[in-house]
Design a binder for this molecule. Structure first.
Ligand code: FAD
Ligand code: SF4
Ligand code: SF4
Length: 460
């Protein structure tokens, strides 16, 4: 490829250095590197990249502003539709979205849109380029948002920017949803999230923490106090396999494992209160992004870390970058195996997993070859910790205590596709609570659409 066809590489910390701590792995572009990468953009008239972004950022124009060294202008263009670019620039599956349809991809590497977005947000933060306009509260309506993940945050910001009074209710003691409790700091540092969320404070959004709607505050109370409610409670309920031994000590859902490590900082125990079991050999069942996060955390906790997957790595639903990073850091991929049961010792602690071997057959509904379990292939592998990372479902506490709000069989809240209202008047919903586990940017897109629909509803 000619130099223009190649991407400017993003510097990152080497595997030996980074597995001893939870600091970020990719280091990000310098201004010169970002400008050089931006100059590769063809400024296409039809700009398919915009359609590839769920919040339709004006990509050619922000990239052009970078190429011209106008970083503040680039930030303003991005923030027009995306209030948390330092986050999406780091965690969006860009290769399946804006970058997948980038025209440069036809002749070489697509423009590194995600990393450029991250550069702009980081540069603006480090150089105090951000300005928050003082917005007059000029609307008579009060809106409640339930859940402070990316969907709730996006919706809240739009209301505040449009002069509404907004109050956000969050079950946990810190805002941010999965960004804070799920995604590890080596992919998304907490200080980056905190900075992006400060924007809500500056917009005077009232964030009330430790408020579980449906448990210590009822939906009816919110309905009395607010004119409309947006529910973005996410998909934080772990799925289990229903295997013998899943209740043994040392077996975690990925959610619990990651929350202990990321939100409660178990890796700093006893400086922080929450412990996690001493681990020597960890088996992570599953091969999606959540499984990669858990396996890479286990490596940083000093363990020998294994992904246990019933297909081969090429069929893993995780991003290529995550698989690559996990391999570089020493995670072992045990593929074509399916757990039969988790084995415990006499004191109820995990000591291993019994597995079947598998082979791949014709594709299933997901388009991937279906794994067939092979009879009489049982074999045992030793593990002292097992993490189940096979997916999440919508959180039950809200919908089980929200009379009138109906859900699908699997727990997704039912909404009207047109106006995004649930089956209860004045209560709207979006993000993972409706779609099931998806992505940050899709949850944000839902937050935007909901805000627009709720404003239409309130203002007739
Ligand atoms: P969430 O982020 O789940 O936020 C919901 C919030 O609602 C939470 O803070 C929760 O505490 C709160 N809540 C729940 N019930 C109540 C209640 N009853 N009352 C009050 N508050 C309540 N996506 C990507 O795009 N890229 C990635 O790299 C990526 N990595 C991931 C890694 C992990 C480990 C996980 C679990 C997910 C990952 N995802 C990733 C998916 C992405 O994080 C989610 O799709 C996204 O966060 C969904 O946003 P949300 O606002 O709908 O819900
Ligand atoms: Fe691409 Fe995500 Fe940024 Fe949109 S928000 S431009 S999809 S990286
Ligand atoms: Fe630039 Fe790619 Fe968008 Fe074309 S498709 S404008 S090359 S980012």
């Amino acid at each position: 490829m000619s130099p223009e066809e190649d991407r400017i590489p993003v510097p990152e910390r080497g595997p030996e250095e980074r597995t001893d701590d939870f600091d970020e792995v990719p280091l990000g572009y310098s201004p010169e590197q970002a400008m050089e990468e931006s100059e590769r953009c063809l400024e296409c008239a039809k700009s398919p990249c915009i359609g590839g972004c769920p919040v339709e950022i004006d990509i050619p124009n922000f990239v052009k502003a970078i190429a011209e060294g106008e970083f503040k202008e680039a930030l303003e263009i991005i923030k027009d539709t995306n209030i948390i670019p330092a986050i999406t620039g780091r965690v969006c599956p860009q290769e399946e979205q804006c970058e997948e349809v980038c025209v440069m991809g036809n002749v070489g590497d697509p423009i590194n849109i995600g990393k450029l977005e991250r550069f702009v947000a980081d540069y603006a933060r480090e150089n105090n380029l951000e300005e928050v306009p003082e917005i007059e509260k000029n609307k008579d309506f009060e809106v409640a948002i339930v859940g402070s993940g990316p969907s709730g945050v996006t919706c809240a910001a739009l209301f505040a920017q449009n002069g509404y009074d907004v109050t956000m209710f969050e079950a946990l003691h810190e805002p941010g949803g999965v960004l804070k409790y799920g995604i590890p700091e080596f992919r998304l540092p907490n200080e980056v999230i905190d900075h992006e969320l400060e924007y809500l404070d500056e917009l005077h959004v009232d964030i009330r923490l430790n408020r579980i709607v449906g448990q210590n505050i009822e939906l009816e109370e919110l309905e009395e106090d607010f004119d409309a409610i947006y529910v973005a409670t996410g998909a934080g309920s772990p799925r289990f396999l229903g295997l013998e031994g899943e209740d043994l000590k040392g077996v975690y859902s990925a959610n619990e494992f990651l929350t202990r490590i990321n939100l409660m900082k178990a890796y700093k125990f006893p400086e922080y209160d929450t412990p996690i079991t001493d681990m020597e050999k960890v088996g992570v069942i599953g091969a999606g992004n959540v499984a990669m996060d858990a396996a890479r955390c286990a490596i940083r906790m000093g363990a020998d870390s294994h992904i246990l997957y019933r297909r081969t790595t090429e069929w893993s639903p995780a991003r290529d970058e995550e698989i690559e990073h996990a391999k570089q850091e020493g995670v072992t991929f045990d593929t074509l195996c399916n757990p039969k049961r988790i084995i415990g010792d006499k004191d109820g602690w995990v000591k291993g997993i019994e597995l079947f071997e598998c082979e791949l057959e014709e594709p299933d509904d997901s388009g991937r070859p279906s794994p067939k379990v092979l009879e009489d292939t049982e074999h045992k592998k030793d593990f002292d910790t097992v993490v189940i990372a096979i997916g999440q479902e919508p959180n039950k506490v809200f919908y089980e205590n929200a009379p009138g709000v109906e859900v699908k069989e699997w727990g997704g809240i039912i909404i009207d596709d047109e106006n995004r209202m649930t089956t209860k008047e004045g209560v709207f919903a979006g993000g993972d609570a409706v779609s099931g586990a998806a992505t940050v940017i899709l949850a944000m897109g839902d937050g935007r659409k909901a805000a627009q629909n709720i404003m239409n509803y309130l203002e007739g």
